[in-house]
Design a binder for this molecule. Structure first.
Ligand SMILES: Cc1ncc(COP(=O)(O)O)c(C=O)c1O
Length: 465
Protein backbone atom coordinates (compact mmCIF):
# COMPACT_ATOMS: atom_id res chain seq x y z
CA UNK A 1 0.00 0.00 0.00
CA UNK A 2 1.44 3.38 -1.01
CA UNK A 3 1.74 6.19 1.49
CA UNK A 4 -0.98 8.01 -0.39
CA UNK A 5 -3.36 5.05 -0.03
CA UNK A 6 -2.52 4.82 3.63
CA UNK A 7 -3.32 8.49 4.14
CA UNK A 8 -6.60 8.04 2.32
CA UNK A 9 -7.54 5.17 4.59
CA UNK A 10 -6.61 7.17 7.67
CA UNK A 11 -8.66 10.07 6.37
CA UNK A 12 -11.67 7.75 5.80
CA UNK A 13 -11.31 6.34 9.32
CA UNK A 14 -11.13 9.82 10.80
CA UNK A 15 -14.28 10.94 8.94
CA UNK A 16 -16.08 7.72 9.91
CA UNK A 17 -15.33 8.36 13.57
CA UNK A 18 -16.09 12.09 13.57
CA UNK A 19 -19.38 11.36 11.83
CA UNK A 20 -20.37 9.29 14.86
CA UNK A 21 -18.99 11.77 17.33
CA UNK A 22 -20.69 14.88 15.92
CA UNK A 23 -23.30 14.31 13.18
CA UNK A 24 -26.67 13.13 14.48
CA UNK A 25 -28.26 11.74 11.34
CA UNK A 26 -31.93 11.83 10.42
CA UNK A 27 -33.42 8.50 11.51
CA UNK A 28 -30.19 7.48 13.25
CA UNK A 29 -30.38 4.04 14.91
CA UNK A 30 -28.67 4.80 18.20
CA UNK A 31 -27.99 1.17 19.17
CA UNK A 32 -26.29 -0.06 16.00
CA UNK A 33 -24.74 3.17 14.70
CA UNK A 34 -21.59 3.05 16.86
CA UNK A 35 -20.69 -0.37 15.36
CA UNK A 36 -21.93 0.11 11.81
CA UNK A 37 -21.29 3.78 11.17
CA UNK A 38 -21.90 5.35 7.77
CA UNK A 39 -21.03 4.64 4.17
CA UNK A 40 -19.15 7.82 3.25
CA UNK A 41 -20.07 9.17 -0.16
CA UNK A 42 -17.51 11.25 -1.95
CA UNK A 43 -18.47 12.10 -5.52
CA UNK A 44 -20.99 11.37 -8.26
CA UNK A 45 -21.46 11.24 -12.01
CA UNK A 46 -24.91 10.95 -13.56
CA UNK A 47 -26.69 8.04 -11.91
CA UNK A 48 -23.52 6.75 -10.19
CA UNK A 49 -22.05 7.64 -6.80
CA UNK A 50 -18.61 6.79 -5.45
CA UNK A 51 -17.66 6.27 -1.83
CA UNK A 52 -14.53 7.57 -0.19
CA UNK A 53 -12.73 4.31 -0.96
CA UNK A 54 -13.48 4.75 -4.66
CA UNK A 55 -16.18 2.05 -4.91
CA UNK A 56 -18.84 2.83 -7.52
CA UNK A 57 -22.59 2.32 -7.01
CA UNK A 58 -25.54 2.69 -9.34
CA UNK A 59 -27.79 4.92 -7.25
CA UNK A 60 -31.22 3.44 -7.84
CA UNK A 61 -32.51 5.53 -4.92
CA UNK A 62 -31.76 8.81 -6.68
CA UNK A 63 -30.20 10.22 -3.50
CA UNK A 64 -33.50 10.32 -1.63
CA UNK A 65 -36.00 10.50 -4.53
CA UNK A 66 -34.31 13.67 -5.65
CA UNK A 67 -31.36 13.55 -8.06
CA UNK A 68 -33.70 13.65 -11.06
CA UNK A 69 -31.39 15.07 -13.74
CA UNK A 70 -28.37 13.12 -12.46
CA UNK A 71 -25.33 14.45 -10.67
CA UNK A 72 -22.17 16.26 -11.66
CA UNK A 73 -23.55 18.56 -14.34
CA UNK A 74 -21.22 21.45 -15.07
CA UNK A 75 -24.07 23.58 -16.33
CA UNK A 76 -25.65 23.37 -12.89
CA UNK A 77 -22.37 24.28 -11.24
CA UNK A 78 -22.00 27.26 -13.61
CA UNK A 79 -25.55 28.51 -13.06
CA UNK A 80 -25.08 28.27 -9.29
CA UNK A 81 -21.64 29.93 -9.38
CA UNK A 82 -22.86 32.76 -11.62
CA UNK A 83 -25.73 33.55 -9.27
CA UNK A 84 -23.44 33.39 -6.22
CA UNK A 85 -21.08 35.85 -7.84
CA UNK A 86 -23.88 38.16 -8.94
CA UNK A 87 -26.17 38.10 -5.91
CA UNK A 88 -25.95 35.36 -3.29
CA UNK A 89 -28.75 36.70 -1.16
CA UNK A 90 -31.43 39.35 -0.80
CA UNK A 91 -34.23 39.38 1.73
CA UNK A 92 -37.51 38.10 0.29
CA UNK A 93 -39.56 39.79 3.02
CA UNK A 94 -42.43 42.19 2.28
CA UNK A 95 -41.36 44.04 -0.86
CA UNK A 96 -37.91 42.95 -2.00
CA UNK A 97 -37.49 40.29 -4.66
CA UNK A 98 -34.92 38.80 -7.01
CA UNK A 99 -34.98 37.89 -10.68
CA UNK A 100 -34.52 34.09 -10.22
CA UNK A 101 -37.25 33.89 -7.57
CA UNK A 102 -39.71 35.72 -9.82
CA UNK A 103 -38.79 33.77 -12.94
CA UNK A 104 -39.12 30.45 -11.13
CA UNK A 105 -42.49 31.36 -9.57
CA UNK A 106 -43.78 32.34 -12.98
CA UNK A 107 -42.44 29.12 -14.53
CA UNK A 108 -44.06 27.02 -11.78
CA UNK A 109 -47.36 28.80 -12.40
CA UNK A 110 -47.06 27.83 -16.10
CA UNK A 111 -46.21 24.21 -15.34
CA UNK A 112 -48.68 23.58 -12.51
CA UNK A 113 -52.19 22.50 -13.43
CA UNK A 114 -55.18 24.82 -13.75
CA UNK A 115 -55.29 27.90 -11.59
CA UNK A 116 -52.36 26.96 -9.35
CA UNK A 117 -50.55 30.23 -10.02
CA UNK A 118 -49.14 31.34 -6.67
CA UNK A 119 -45.99 30.12 -4.95
CA UNK A 120 -44.82 30.09 -1.34
CA UNK A 121 -41.16 29.15 -1.28
CA UNK A 122 -39.52 27.05 1.41
CA UNK A 123 -36.32 25.13 2.03
CA UNK A 124 -37.61 21.62 1.28
CA UNK A 125 -40.61 19.33 1.37
CA UNK A 126 -41.33 19.43 5.11
CA UNK A 127 -41.42 23.21 5.17
CA UNK A 128 -43.55 23.18 2.00
CA UNK A 129 -46.08 21.09 3.96
CA UNK A 130 -45.79 23.37 6.97
CA UNK A 131 -46.44 26.36 4.74
CA UNK A 132 -49.47 24.62 3.22
CA UNK A 133 -50.82 23.96 6.71
CA UNK A 134 -50.39 27.60 7.74
CA UNK A 135 -51.84 28.84 4.45
CA UNK A 136 -54.93 26.72 5.05
CA UNK A 137 -55.41 28.16 8.53
CA UNK A 138 -54.99 31.69 7.22
CA UNK A 139 -57.43 31.05 4.37
CA UNK A 140 -60.14 29.66 6.65
CA UNK A 141 -59.72 32.50 9.12
CA UNK A 142 -59.98 35.03 6.28
CA UNK A 143 -63.26 33.37 5.30
CA UNK A 144 -64.47 33.73 8.89
CA UNK A 145 -64.52 29.91 9.22
CA UNK A 146 -62.54 29.80 12.45
CA UNK A 147 -63.63 26.30 13.35
CA UNK A 148 -62.68 24.80 10.01
CA UNK A 149 -59.18 23.67 10.96
CA UNK A 150 -59.17 19.89 11.09
CA UNK A 151 -56.97 17.98 8.71
CA UNK A 152 -57.39 14.44 7.36
CA UNK A 153 -54.46 12.37 6.12
CA UNK A 154 -53.72 8.67 5.61
CA UNK A 155 -52.06 5.89 7.61
CA UNK A 156 -48.73 5.07 6.03
CA UNK A 157 -48.23 8.53 4.53
CA UNK A 158 -45.06 10.57 4.83
CA UNK A 159 -45.13 14.37 4.63
CA UNK A 160 -41.85 15.40 6.23
CA UNK A 161 -40.29 15.99 9.58
CA UNK A 162 -41.28 19.37 10.99
CA UNK A 163 -43.65 19.04 13.94
CA UNK A 164 -46.76 19.55 11.84
CA UNK A 165 -45.53 17.61 8.79
CA UNK A 166 -44.64 14.61 10.94
CA UNK A 167 -47.97 14.80 12.73
CA UNK A 168 -49.80 14.81 9.40
CA UNK A 169 -47.74 11.81 8.29
CA UNK A 170 -49.19 8.45 9.28
CA UNK A 171 -46.24 6.06 9.11
CA UNK A 172 -46.22 4.17 12.36
CA UNK A 173 -42.47 3.57 12.19
CA UNK A 174 -41.94 7.33 12.09
CA UNK A 175 -43.91 7.88 15.28
CA UNK A 176 -41.69 6.37 17.99
CA UNK A 177 -43.04 7.05 21.49
CA UNK A 178 -40.11 9.30 22.46
CA UNK A 179 -41.40 12.03 20.13
CA UNK A 180 -44.64 13.95 20.61
CA UNK A 181 -47.11 14.76 17.84
CA UNK A 182 -49.87 17.25 17.25
CA UNK A 183 -53.05 15.24 17.52
CA UNK A 184 -55.81 17.68 18.48
CA UNK A 185 -56.88 18.36 14.90
CA UNK A 186 -55.10 15.81 12.71
CA UNK A 187 -56.88 12.57 11.78
CA UNK A 188 -55.85 9.53 9.81
CA UNK A 189 -57.89 7.26 7.56
CA UNK A 190 -56.89 4.02 5.84
CA UNK A 191 -53.80 3.46 3.79
CA UNK A 192 -54.98 2.75 0.20
CA UNK A 193 -52.80 -0.39 0.04
CA UNK A 194 -54.84 -3.14 -1.60
CA UNK A 195 -52.12 -5.79 -1.14
CA UNK A 196 -52.29 -5.35 2.64
CA UNK A 197 -56.05 -4.83 2.86
CA UNK A 198 -58.25 -7.65 4.03
CA UNK A 199 -61.85 -8.55 3.37
CA UNK A 200 -62.24 -6.93 -0.09
CA UNK A 201 -62.86 -9.14 -3.10
CA UNK A 202 -61.71 -6.54 -5.62
CA UNK A 203 -59.83 -3.24 -5.86
CA UNK A 204 -63.13 -1.63 -6.83
CA UNK A 205 -64.75 -2.79 -3.60
CA UNK A 206 -61.73 -1.54 -1.62
CA UNK A 207 -61.90 1.80 -3.44
CA UNK A 208 -65.59 2.19 -2.59
CA UNK A 209 -64.69 1.60 1.06
CA UNK A 210 -61.86 4.19 0.99
CA UNK A 211 -64.01 6.88 -0.57
CA UNK A 212 -66.86 6.20 1.82
CA UNK A 213 -64.45 6.23 4.76
CA UNK A 214 -63.19 9.72 3.82
CA UNK A 215 -66.71 11.06 3.48
CA UNK A 216 -67.78 9.51 6.78
CA UNK A 217 -64.74 10.99 8.53
CA UNK A 218 -65.64 14.45 7.21
CA UNK A 219 -69.25 14.05 8.30
CA UNK A 220 -68.26 12.68 11.71
CA UNK A 221 -65.96 15.66 12.38
CA UNK A 222 -68.46 18.02 10.72
CA UNK A 223 -67.80 19.48 7.24
CA UNK A 224 -67.74 22.92 8.85
CA UNK A 225 -64.70 21.77 10.87
CA UNK A 226 -62.61 20.04 8.20
CA UNK A 227 -60.17 22.27 6.35
CA UNK A 228 -58.11 19.96 4.20
CA UNK A 229 -57.17 16.49 3.03
CA UNK A 230 -53.44 15.81 2.57
CA UNK A 231 -52.43 13.03 0.18
CA UNK A 232 -49.40 11.91 -1.79
CA UNK A 233 -50.49 10.79 -5.29
CA UNK A 234 -48.41 7.65 -4.66
CA UNK A 235 -47.36 7.08 -1.05
CA UNK A 236 -43.58 7.13 -1.22
CA UNK A 237 -41.70 6.40 1.99
CA UNK A 238 -44.77 4.47 3.15
CA UNK A 239 -43.89 1.82 0.58
CA UNK A 240 -44.71 3.11 -2.90
CA UNK A 241 -48.44 2.52 -2.57
CA UNK A 242 -50.33 3.21 -5.78
CA UNK A 243 -53.98 3.68 -4.78
CA UNK A 244 -56.73 1.87 -6.71
CA UNK A 245 -57.56 3.48 -10.08
CA UNK A 246 -59.96 6.39 -9.63
CA UNK A 247 -59.02 7.00 -5.98
CA UNK A 248 -57.80 10.57 -6.38
CA UNK A 249 -60.65 11.67 -8.61
CA UNK A 250 -63.23 10.25 -6.25
CA UNK A 251 -61.66 11.53 -3.03
CA UNK A 252 -61.25 14.90 -4.74
CA UNK A 253 -64.98 14.92 -5.54
CA UNK A 254 -65.78 14.19 -1.88
CA UNK A 255 -63.52 17.07 -0.84
CA UNK A 256 -65.17 19.47 -3.30
CA UNK A 257 -68.61 18.43 -2.10
CA UNK A 258 -67.72 19.31 1.49
CA UNK A 259 -65.59 22.40 0.84
CA UNK A 260 -62.42 20.63 1.93
CA UNK A 261 -59.14 21.67 0.31
CA UNK A 262 -57.16 18.95 -1.43
CA UNK A 263 -53.42 19.19 -0.79
CA UNK A 264 -51.50 16.98 -3.18
CA UNK A 265 -48.05 16.32 -1.75
CA UNK A 266 -45.96 15.95 -4.90
CA UNK A 267 -42.59 16.27 -3.19
CA UNK A 268 -41.62 12.95 -4.80
CA UNK A 269 -44.02 12.52 -7.72
CA UNK A 270 -43.39 15.85 -9.51
CA UNK A 271 -40.63 16.87 -11.92
CA UNK A 272 -40.60 13.82 -14.10
CA UNK A 273 -40.52 10.92 -11.68
CA UNK A 274 -43.81 9.69 -13.11
CA UNK A 275 -43.08 11.11 -16.58
CA UNK A 276 -44.73 14.52 -16.16
CA UNK A 277 -44.19 17.85 -14.39
CA UNK A 278 -46.94 17.02 -11.92
CA UNK A 279 -48.73 13.73 -11.43
CA UNK A 280 -52.02 15.02 -9.97
CA UNK A 281 -53.43 16.14 -13.30
CA UNK A 282 -51.32 14.29 -15.87
CA UNK A 283 -51.35 10.84 -14.25
CA UNK A 284 -54.32 10.89 -11.89
CA UNK A 285 -56.69 13.28 -13.68
CA UNK A 286 -57.61 15.72 -10.94
CA UNK A 287 -56.73 19.25 -9.97
CA UNK A 288 -55.83 19.85 -6.34
CA UNK A 289 -56.10 23.21 -4.58
CA UNK A 290 -52.52 23.09 -3.36
CA UNK A 291 -49.45 21.21 -4.57
CA UNK A 292 -46.33 20.87 -2.45
CA UNK A 293 -43.08 20.06 -4.21
CA UNK A 294 -39.31 19.98 -3.54
CA UNK A 295 -36.65 17.33 -4.36
CA UNK A 296 -36.76 17.11 -8.21
CA UNK A 297 -37.50 20.85 -8.33
CA UNK A 298 -33.75 21.39 -7.93
CA UNK A 299 -32.69 17.74 -8.44
CA UNK A 300 -30.93 17.84 -5.08
CA UNK A 301 -28.30 20.36 -6.20
CA UNK A 302 -29.57 22.87 -3.62
CA UNK A 303 -32.40 22.73 -1.07
CA UNK A 304 -35.68 24.19 -2.25
CA UNK A 305 -39.40 23.61 -1.74
CA UNK A 306 -42.55 25.22 -3.08
CA UNK A 307 -46.21 25.32 -2.08
CA UNK A 308 -48.20 26.18 -5.19
CA UNK A 309 -51.76 27.26 -4.55
CA UNK A 310 -54.84 28.31 -6.45
CA UNK A 311 -56.18 31.65 -7.67
CA UNK A 312 -59.30 30.96 -5.60
CA UNK A 313 -57.30 30.76 -2.36
CA UNK A 314 -55.25 33.79 -3.34
CA UNK A 315 -58.36 35.85 -4.08
CA UNK A 316 -59.58 35.21 -0.53
CA UNK A 317 -56.36 35.84 1.37
CA UNK A 318 -55.37 38.94 -0.62
CA UNK A 319 -58.78 40.59 -0.56
CA UNK A 320 -58.29 44.34 -0.27
CA UNK A 321 -59.35 46.56 2.59
CA UNK A 322 -58.66 44.34 5.59
CA UNK A 323 -55.13 45.48 6.38
CA UNK A 324 -54.02 41.85 6.32
CA UNK A 325 -50.45 40.75 6.14
CA UNK A 326 -49.06 37.28 5.57
CA UNK A 327 -46.80 36.56 8.55
CA UNK A 328 -45.33 33.40 7.05
CA UNK A 329 -42.03 32.66 5.32
CA UNK A 330 -38.35 32.11 5.85
CA UNK A 331 -35.09 34.01 5.54
CA UNK A 332 -34.36 31.75 2.61
CA UNK A 333 -37.80 31.80 0.91
CA UNK A 334 -37.04 32.10 -2.80
CA UNK A 335 -33.30 32.05 -2.20
CA UNK A 336 -31.86 33.42 -5.47
CA UNK A 337 -29.13 30.79 -5.81
CA UNK A 338 -31.53 27.89 -5.17
CA UNK A 339 -34.05 29.39 -7.61
CA UNK A 340 -31.33 29.85 -10.25
CA UNK A 341 -30.43 26.18 -9.78
CA UNK A 342 -34.09 25.15 -10.14
CA UNK A 343 -34.50 27.22 -13.32
CA UNK A 344 -31.43 25.57 -14.86
CA UNK A 345 -32.68 22.17 -13.70
CA UNK A 346 -36.04 22.73 -15.41
CA UNK A 347 -34.31 24.02 -18.55
CA UNK A 348 -32.21 20.83 -18.71
CA UNK A 349 -35.27 18.62 -18.19
CA UNK A 350 -37.02 20.38 -21.07
CA UNK A 351 -34.04 20.49 -23.41
CA UNK A 352 -33.14 16.83 -22.97
CA UNK A 353 -36.73 15.71 -23.27
CA UNK A 354 -36.05 13.81 -20.11
CA UNK A 355 -39.64 12.88 -19.32
CA UNK A 356 -39.83 10.80 -22.49
CA UNK A 357 -36.97 8.71 -21.08
CA UNK A 358 -38.68 8.57 -17.68
CA UNK A 359 -41.79 7.21 -19.38
CA UNK A 360 -40.18 4.57 -21.60
CA UNK A 361 -37.44 3.42 -19.24
CA UNK A 362 -39.80 3.82 -16.27
CA UNK A 363 -42.35 1.48 -17.86
CA UNK A 364 -39.57 -0.98 -18.71
CA UNK A 365 -38.30 -0.79 -15.10
CA UNK A 366 -41.71 -1.71 -13.70
CA UNK A 367 -42.10 -4.63 -16.13
CA UNK A 368 -38.61 -6.02 -15.51
CA UNK A 369 -38.87 -5.80 -11.73
CA UNK A 370 -42.01 -7.94 -11.88
CA UNK A 371 -39.76 -10.82 -12.99
CA UNK A 372 -38.59 -11.04 -9.35
CA UNK A 373 -42.04 -12.30 -8.36
CA UNK A 374 -40.94 -15.88 -9.01
CA UNK A 375 -38.71 -15.71 -5.92
CA UNK A 376 -40.35 -17.23 -2.83
CA UNK A 377 -39.81 -14.22 -0.56
CA UNK A 378 -40.95 -11.55 -3.04
CA UNK A 379 -44.56 -10.86 -2.07
CA UNK A 380 -45.25 -7.90 -4.32
CA UNK A 381 -43.54 -5.63 -6.83
CA UNK A 382 -45.35 -2.34 -7.22
CA UNK A 383 -45.02 1.24 -8.31
CA UNK A 384 -45.26 3.41 -11.36
CA UNK A 385 -42.44 4.35 -13.69
CA UNK A 386 -39.46 5.64 -11.66
CA UNK A 387 -41.03 4.95 -8.26
CA UNK A 388 -40.79 1.24 -7.55
CA UNK A 389 -40.73 -1.09 -4.58
CA UNK A 390 -40.21 -4.77 -3.82
CA UNK A 391 -41.98 -6.13 -0.74
CA UNK A 392 -40.51 -9.19 0.98
CA UNK A 393 -42.60 -11.72 2.88
CA UNK A 394 -41.70 -14.73 4.99
CA UNK A 395 -44.64 -16.63 3.49
CA UNK A 396 -46.07 -15.74 0.12
CA UNK A 397 -49.47 -17.40 0.60
CA UNK A 398 -50.25 -15.93 4.00
CA UNK A 399 -48.28 -12.69 3.27
CA UNK A 400 -46.72 -13.17 6.72
CA UNK A 401 -44.00 -10.63 7.40
CA UNK A 402 -40.45 -11.41 8.37
CA UNK A 403 -39.77 -10.72 12.01
CA UNK A 404 -38.74 -7.04 12.14
CA UNK A 405 -35.57 -7.99 14.01
CA UNK A 406 -34.37 -9.82 10.88
CA UNK A 407 -34.48 -6.51 8.98
CA UNK A 408 -34.85 -8.28 5.65
CA UNK A 409 -34.82 -5.07 3.57
CA UNK A 410 -31.46 -4.09 5.07
CA UNK A 411 -29.94 -7.58 4.66
CA UNK A 412 -30.73 -7.45 0.94
CA UNK A 413 -29.67 -3.83 0.46
CA UNK A 414 -26.34 -4.51 2.21
CA UNK A 415 -25.66 -7.38 -0.21
CA UNK A 416 -26.68 -5.14 -3.14
CA UNK A 417 -24.27 -2.43 -1.84
CA UNK A 418 -21.44 -4.92 -2.02
CA UNK A 419 -22.35 -5.59 -5.67
CA UNK A 420 -22.38 -1.89 -6.61
CA UNK A 421 -26.10 -1.16 -6.34
CA UNK A 422 -27.83 1.19 -3.90
CA UNK A 423 -31.44 0.38 -3.02
CA UNK A 424 -33.29 1.87 -0.07
CA UNK A 425 -34.29 -0.53 2.69
CA UNK A 426 -37.45 0.31 4.62
CA UNK A 427 -38.15 -2.58 7.02
CA UNK A 428 -39.48 -5.33 4.69
CA UNK A 429 -39.12 -3.28 1.49
CA UNK A 430 -36.50 -2.25 -1.02
CA UNK A 431 -37.49 1.07 -2.57
CA UNK A 432 -36.09 2.56 -5.78
CA UNK A 433 -36.40 5.96 -7.46
CA UNK A 434 -33.51 6.38 -9.87
CA UNK A 435 -32.58 9.54 -11.75
CA UNK A 436 -34.65 10.18 -14.88
CA UNK A 437 -31.60 9.58 -17.06
CA UNK A 438 -31.21 5.87 -16.34
CA UNK A 439 -30.99 3.53 -19.30
CA UNK A 440 -32.47 0.12 -20.01
CA UNK A 441 -29.01 -1.35 -19.37
CA UNK A 442 -29.03 0.27 -15.92
CA UNK A 443 -32.44 -1.27 -15.30
CA UNK A 444 -31.14 -4.69 -16.33
CA UNK A 445 -28.24 -4.28 -13.90
CA UNK A 446 -30.61 -3.28 -11.07
CA UNK A 447 -32.94 -6.22 -11.62
CA UNK A 448 -30.12 -8.75 -12.07
CA UNK A 449 -28.26 -7.51 -8.98
CA UNK A 450 -31.38 -7.40 -6.87
CA UNK A 451 -32.20 -10.99 -7.88
CA UNK A 452 -28.69 -12.15 -6.90
CA UNK A 453 -28.89 -10.24 -3.62
CA UNK A 454 -32.30 -11.69 -2.72
CA UNK A 455 -31.08 -15.22 -3.47
CA UNK A 456 -27.99 -14.70 -1.30
CA UNK A 457 -30.17 -13.38 1.50
CA UNK A 458 -32.50 -16.37 1.17
CA UNK A 459 -29.53 -18.72 1.34
CA UNK A 460 -28.29 -17.06 4.51
CA UNK A 461 -31.77 -17.40 6.04
CA UNK A 462 -32.18 -21.02 4.95
CA UNK A 463 -34.73 -20.55 2.13
CA UNK A 464 -34.39 -22.48 -1.11
CA UNK A 465 -34.75 -20.57 -4.38
C1 LIG B 1 -44.11 13.04 0.05
C2 LIG B 1 -43.10 13.78 0.85
N1 LIG B 1 -43.42 14.94 1.43
C3 LIG B 1 -42.55 15.66 2.15
C4 LIG B 1 -41.26 15.21 2.33
C5 LIG B 1 -40.29 16.01 3.15
O1 LIG B 1 -39.34 16.59 2.34
P1 LIG B 1 -37.94 17.14 2.95
O2 LIG B 1 -37.23 15.94 3.46
O3 LIG B 1 -37.32 17.80 1.77
O4 LIG B 1 -38.28 18.10 4.02
C6 LIG B 1 -40.87 14.01 1.75
C7 LIG B 1 -39.50 13.50 1.93
O5 LIG B 1 -39.16 12.40 1.56
C8 LIG B 1 -41.81 13.26 1.00
O6 LIG B 1 -41.48 12.07 0.48
Amino acid sequence: MSENDNNKTNFAKDIWQKDQDHFTHPWQLFDSFPQEGSLIMDRAEGAYVFDLEGNRYLDSVGGLWCTNIGQGREEMADAIAEQVKKLAYASPFVDITTVPAVQLASKLADLAPGSLNHVLYSCGGSTAIDSAYRLIQYYQNCRGLHEKKHVIARDGSYHGSTYVAMSIGGKKGDHPPEFDYKNDNIHHISNPNFYRSSGYSSEQEFLDFLVEELEQKILQLGADKVAAFFAEPILGAGGVIVPPAGYHQRTHEVCKKHDVLYVSDEVVTAFGRLGHWFASDAVFGFQPDIITCAKGLSSGYLPLGATIYSEEIHAVISEQGHGRYFAQGYTYSGHPVCCAAALKNIEIMERENMFENARTVGDYFGEQLKSLLDLPIVGEVRGYRLMQCVEFVANKDSKADFDESIDIGKIISDIADSKGLLVRPIVNLNVMSPPLIITKDDVDFIVRTLRESIIEAMDSLGYSA
